[in-house]
Design a protein around this ligand. Structure first.
Ligand code: ADP
Ligand code: MG
Length: 695
């Protein structure tokens, strides 16, 4: 039998393909760009382009595309063929260095948040040589960044690459101060665990809310949900197994290191985890994973839902962002290690992260903010909207011991002694807290707030930038010290002491934590609209500018886009609800009550029976349909109020949250009361039981 791994990376113009096909010098120059982040020499681009084209044509490819990640959360591509007339007018297959390096899609329809008026709608895509080109659906895809005419970022990749550069610069400064002369580059690594639901396609198609919004807007609580915990890690059913097998194979061909797969907590919910890699590539790979999940599901007559909260009453889907720092020599800077000298370095980086997360809680919250994720955070087994850090008891004890010890000399010895206990801690994985939004898990942090449908670019941009900022402050301070080694314990102690409030090892799902967090002065930004204004806080704009990740204009444009997205999402959901309520639920309930009334009449025509049950049902259904009709009117009113008062984007978003959303919830509540009263055959679309147990 053929080994599936024989195909691994066969659709990727990766290191192996480059080594085989590029002249030695070109290969080396390209490697320098990839490994060291050096700018590409345009003279080699033509050679690379030609080799890429020949490689692709051998695999039956005729088209190429600049593959990019605009602010829609998904990827975009526009295909061009390699066909080109030569000097004699013959048609040949050609791909030039210029075409590889730069493209110009007609960019007017991508969100720009006011950065680009439509009359000057030029946008450029620029090759990112650090992420390999690949073949998807018979097209050569070149990963690219997407910018406006004057170089402003219109995408996710540009700021991500900038944040990785910034972190590299600052981490290197710190490492040099610690006496490291070897490391030439520090990268961040990411492993994004992806949760998703699988539904039967035929059943899915019968629900307009799923088709239009990716989540259910109605649905009474089913008799069985996730109470028995019988789905989590349960045996995978054959239809799902076939889907997973094909998905893995497709992803492996694309070089995506899909590794673990299992059933998640909710019925129909599953998870895929890849092996971590450089953050830039991990983000690209996560986009590809989401796209492939949808495509492969189709082939199996399934639908893959990536929404963060497709169903009430059961868990939503997240995307745990595992994140760490690594040197080009392969050392993980968040590995506690077994010798005290290394541990000092570890504790310093840890302190930087603690301070960064505390000072920029708002940005981390914003990095996961969306209308969809608002439904998930703080609900069923999802972290709350309050950002805090879990370190585990041993590590916390070490930091606490450091804090109370007097700074300076005695602390050095004390820390060295304490650090000797670290190896035991490093290997102990029993001490785990699954409720924390930001948990230390042995040699990396797991950020659990990101929602399933969003790109992981933004969480990583924020993490990289805030940690870069803290490291730069550390470096500034240590550069002034005569004896850096002696100054470290004091710096670490002071930092941890100043940011103690962000550390919490208890149950983040509990009500007590919400109160405790408020006492500690931690932010609790429950909704997207609460969170977004913080993006424009002067300290945040200053941070992004100082670390050269976003200009002020770029920050403001993202703010506009995020608000706009929030409003549009709620608007579409409200309209979908109205359509379903008016054309499906109300008629179904009314017809069914009529049928019951007919039955009563027919029964009474035979003999004088009481028909108490039927009469009570008719009365109740009539009350509820009246209520439904009132709530339809109320939602319509709320929508028209918002549309008349649209002038200010934030005010409009607030009205959606405070007027439209409650009206939607009220409408759903009545509909969900009607559903169990109506005969199964008379209900106009599949119920939760049909949906959750469809595969
Ligand atoms: P769990 O489901 O318990 O959180 P898994 O082992 O399923 O843990 O997933 C852990 C994820 O963390 C994987 O995607 C793995 O590749 C990733 N990971 C492991 N080490 C690192 C690291 N140094 N940097 C980033 N991600 C990492
Ligand atoms: Mg996890």
């Amino acid at each position: 039998m053929r080994n599936p791994l024989d195909d691994f990376g066969c659709l990727v113009f990766d290191d192996r393909a480059m080594r085989e096909r590029l002249p030695r010098e070109t290969y080396k120059a390209l490697q320098r760009t990839i490994r060291e982040g050096k700018r590409i020499d345009p003279s080699i681009a033509g050679i690379v382009a030609n080799a890429m084209k020949d490689w692709a044509i051998e695999k039956g490819v005729t088209h190429y595309t600049h593959w990019f990640q605009p602010m829609t959360g998904i990827t975009a591509e526009k295909h061009d063929s390699f066909l080109s007339p030569d000097a004699d007018g013959d048609i040949i297959m050609k791909f030039s260095g210029k075409e590889l390096i730069q493209g110009e899609p007609d960019a007017s329809s991508f969100p720009s948040g006011g950065l680009r008026a439509t009359f000057e709608a030029r946008g450029y895509t620029a090759w990112d040589p650090t992420s390999y080109a690949f073949i998807k659906e018979g097209t050569l895809c070149i990963p690219t960044a997407f910018c406006s005419y004057d170089g402003q970022a219109l995408d996710m990749k540009t700021p991500l690459l900038r944040s990785m550069d910034s972190l590299n610069r600052q981490a290197l400064r710190v490492l040099r101060l610690l006496g490291d002369t070897e490391t030439e580059r520090v990268i961040t690594t990411t492993g994004a665990e992806q949760e998703y639901f699988l539904l039967d396609k035929e059943i899915y198609k019968k629900r307009r809310d799923l088709v239009f919004c990716g989540r259910t807007l109605f649905g009474a609580k089913p008799a069985k949900g996730q109470e028995l915990e019988d789905h989590y890690f349960g045996a995978i059913r054959p239809r799902v197994q076939a889907f997973m097998r094909e998905l893995n194979h497709e992803l492996w061909k694309l070089g995506v290191l899909a590794k673990t797969e299992h059933n998640e907590t909710s019925p129909s919910q599953h998870e895929l985890a890849p092996i971590y890699t450089t953050t830039n590539i991990a983000v690209d790979h996560n986009q590809l994973t989401m796209e492939m999940m949808k495509k492969v599901a189709e082939k199996h007559d399934l639908v893959c839902l990536l929404h963060e909260k497709p169903f009430a009453w059961v868990n939503g889907s997240g995307k745990h962002n595992n994140w760490s720092l690594s040197t080009d020599k392969g050392e993980n800077l968040l590995d506690p290690g077994d010798n005290p000298a290394e541990n000092m370095r570890f504790l310093l980086f840890l302190a930087a992260i603690i301070a960064a997360v505390d000072e920029y809680q708002d940005l981390l919250r914003i990095s996961v903010a969306s209308a969809g994720n608002d439904h998930r955070l703080g609900g069923y087994e999802a972290p709350p909207a309050i950002v805090s850090i879990y370190l585990g008891s041993e590590l916390t004890a070490i930091l606490e011991a450091l804090e109370c010890g007097s700074p300076c000399n005695p602390a050095v010895r004390q820390m060295q002694m304490l650090a000797e206990t670290l190896p035991a801690f490093a290997k102990d994985t029993t001490d785990r807290n699954r409720t924390s939004p930001f948990a230390f898990t042995g040699n990396k942090f797991e950020f659990r707030m990101p929602g399933a449908s969003a790109s992981v670019a933004m969480p990583n941009i924020v993490l990289n930038t805030i940690v870069a900022e803290k490291l730069s402050q550390f470096a500034d301070r240590l550069e002034k010290e005569e004896d850096v080694e002696a100054a470290l314990p004091t710096l670490i102690c002071e930092t941890v002491k100043a940011h103690r409030r962000i550390l919490f090892n208890g149950n983040n799902y509990s009500e007590e934590w919400v109160q405790e967090a408020a006492r500690r002065g931690l932010l609790n930004l429950a909704t997207t609209v609460d969170a977004l204004p913080y993006l424009l806080a002067p300290k945040n704009i200053a941070l992004f500018e100082k670390q050269q990740v976003f200009s002020e204009d770029e920050v403001r444009s993202r703010y506009e886009i995020l608000l706009e997205n929030y409003k549009k999402t709620l608007h579409i959901e409200a309209l979908t609800m109205l359509e379903m309520a008016k054309t499906q639920i109300l008629p179904a309930a009314s017809c069914f009550a009529g049928q019951v009334a007919d039955n009563v009449a027919r029964k009474r025509a035979v003999c004088p029976v009481a028909c108490k049950a039927e009469e009570a049902l008719i009365v109740r259904l009539s009350e509820l349909t009246d209520a439904l009709s009132d709530r339809i009117a109320a939602l319509e009113q709320a929508l028209s109020d918002v549309s008349r008062a649209e002038a200010d984007a934030l005010a409009a978003a607030l009205s959606y949250r405070d007027k439209v959303k409650p009206a939607m919830e009220a409408l759903r509540a009545v509909a969900d009361e009607i559903e169990p009263l109506v005969a199964k055959d008379a209900w106009p679309f599949p119920t939760y039981s049909d949906l959750l147990f469809s595969v």
